[in-house]
Design a binder for this molecule. Structure first.
Ligand code: AMP
Ligand code: ZN
Length: 114
């Protein structure tokens, strides 16, 4: 999608602080980190939000969570614990309309979220 910032990072049109990528997924350090480890994991293909996940594209969700679990290990937060967050839609707090999952770790996280 031409005006999507995450599509532009995935295509290399604008730089991102890439920590992992393969043919389907890219992971970047969040530009405004909320924890010592704050990585965004997303499909390279443009999917606006979790609302657009169905049986036709559900496999990418398993792949993203597998990448997240591997990154948690390589970034050293797996043992103490971490959080995976998906903000969906306006009331969910989604600000970039290209589905992505936040991997947050490296400090104690409070609950419930705001
Ligand atoms: P959300 O509010 O769940 O849609 O999350 C969007 C996230 O993208 C926020 O945490 C932003 O800090 C982050 N973000 C926005 N632009 C960039 C960028 N160019 N590179 C990395 N992270 C970004
Ligand atoms: Zn996009």
């Amino acid at each position: 999608m031409s005006d999507c910032i995450f599509c532009k990072i995935a295509s290399g049109d604008i730089p991102g602080d890439i920590v992992y990528q393969d043919d389907r997924v890219i992971a970047v350090n969040d530009i405004d980190p909320k924890a010592p480890v704050h990585i965004l994991i997303m499909p390279k293909a443009h999917i606006p939000s979790l609302n657009e996940i169905d049986n036709s594209n559900k496999d990418i969700m398993a792949h993203i969570l597998t990448v997240a679990a591997n990154l948690a290990k390589t970034k050293g937060v797996a043992e103490k614990g971490y959080r995976i967050v998906n903000n969906c839609g306006v009331q969910g707090g989604q600000s970039v309309n290209h589905i992505h999952f936040h991997l947050l770790g490296g400090r104690s996280l409070t609950w419930p979220p705001g």
